[in-house]
Design a protein around this ligand. Structure first.
Ligand SMILES: Cc1ncc(COP(=O)(O)O)c(C=O)c1O
Length: 376
């Protein structure tokens, strides 16, 4: 038998060395291992309460036609519902199979080989991946110092603005950011945008925006009138409790959406997802309740972990980044052995840190118990 293609060598040049997204542990295997034992899954920033009951009711009413027919390629009902809620036009919305897909499409649409794409150190992992996939040149801006009073390891907006040139093809920022949990105010964001050349698209990833309780923070959607180069990505995976459904959306100028629709797979969001995301959007009381419960639990988690003498980054999200001041892998291994799944941060260049999201109160109690044991 001959050897066949050398697929790695024959892959498009940018893909030959690409390190793919790390989705964390093999959770199905861990679940099998822990059958009959307590397992707290706190590594993927999911919402432990899940979606609104209205989503489950809608799910129960779906019939076979949702499966046998292709979904609406335009996702018009969901886009109209989003447009009405956000005060934008439905032409300014693109739906994605998760916002991850949209971040990839943005690089595909606007960054080519060698083009500079600017993002922060410790920014969301998909920013460098989408950049690398296109063979674009990452311009990674050092994060704020760890002793920064409000945003340790957060985005240094002044430095990011200074790194942007007229040649920059795309800027990625996240507010709040994963994995740091840090955020910036509406004023800081507006000051930043005022420094960016108006032809350079700035992507503001707002995957965690529904969790924000700080009144000084606002969505960049409202800044689009002043800054038409702003592109906002959002998701149903976090506060809406629908990570398994895979629905995200983006708000941008209609021309930008038009270009993205040229590369978007026509049926990228399936029919079940379209129907259920619409039901989720209609229940904002559920989102408000998730936000309130999350804020309360994140406050307790932060206080308890600080009580164990560990550094907890401030967070406006459903997770905390904890710096143990020493290699975190052995602590993580001990947590996992006891049935507490958290996210190692070595891949982010933070080997002394672990990222932990809030679960149910029982999950959080289990985590804290396991952590005390692990630190002993
Ligand atoms: C900052 C940020 N952006 C985007 C995503 C992608 O989410 P999804 O593809 O589920 O919409 C995540 C997921 O963890 C995230 O943390």
């Amino acid at each position: 038998m001959n050897a066949g293609p050398d697929y790695v060598a024959q892959a498009n040049p940018p893909l030959r060395k690409l390190v793919p997204y790390d989705p964390g542990h093999d959770l199905p295997a861990i679940r099998r291992q822990f059958v009959g034992h307590t397992l707290a899954e706190l590594g993927s920033n999911e919402n432990p309460w899940g979606p609104s009951p209205q989503v489950l009711e809608r799910f129960a009413r779906l019939d076979a036609s949702t499966l046998l027919r292709y979904p609406d390629p335009l996702g018009l009902d969901l886009r109209r519902a989003l447009a009405a809620q956000l005060g934008v036009s439905s032409d300014e919305i693109v739906l994605g199979n998760g916002s991850h897909e949209l971040l990839m499409l943005l690089a595909q649409a606007f960054a080519g080989p060698g083009d500079p794409v600017v993002f922060s150190e410790f920014g969301f992992a998909v920013f460098p991946i989408s950049t690398a996939t296109m063979g674009a040149t990452p311009v990674r801006v050092p994060a704020l110092p760890v002793d920064h009073p409000t945003a340790p390891r957060g985005h240094d907006l002044d430095a990011i603005a200074a790194a942007v040139t007229t040649e920059t093809k795309l800027v990625f920022i996240a507010n709040p950011n994963n994995p740091t949990g840090t955020w910036f105010s509406r004023t800081a964001l507006a000051d930043f945008l005022a420094k960016i050349p108006s032809h350079v698209p700035v992507v503001v990833d707002e995957a965690y925006q529904e969790y924000v309780t700080d009144p000084d923070v606002a969505s960049a959607i409202d800044l689009r009138a002043r800054f038409p180069n702003v592109i906002v990505t959002r998701t149903f995976s976090k506060a809406y409790g629908l990570a398994g459904l895979r629905v995200g959306y983006l708000v941008a100028a209609a021309d930008c959406c038009n270009v993205l629709n040229r590369v978007r797979e026509s049926f990228n969001v399936n029919g079940i997802a379209l129907a259920l995301a619409e039901a989720a959007l209609a229940d904002q009381a559920h989102v408000a309740s998730v936000r309130a419960h999350t804020q309360a639990q994140i406050a307790v988690l932060s206080r308890e972990i600080r009580g164990l003498d560990q550094f907890v980054h401030p967070s406006q999200t459903n997770f905390v980044l904890v710096d143990f001041g020493r290699e975190a892998a052995p602590i993580e291994a001990k947590l996992l052995a006891q049935g507490a799944v958290v996210r190692p941060m070595k891949g982010y260049g933070l080997p002394t840190c672990l990222r932990i999201n809030n679960g149910t109160e029982a999950d959080d109690a289990h985590l804290l118990h396991c952590l005390k044991e692990a630190l002993r």
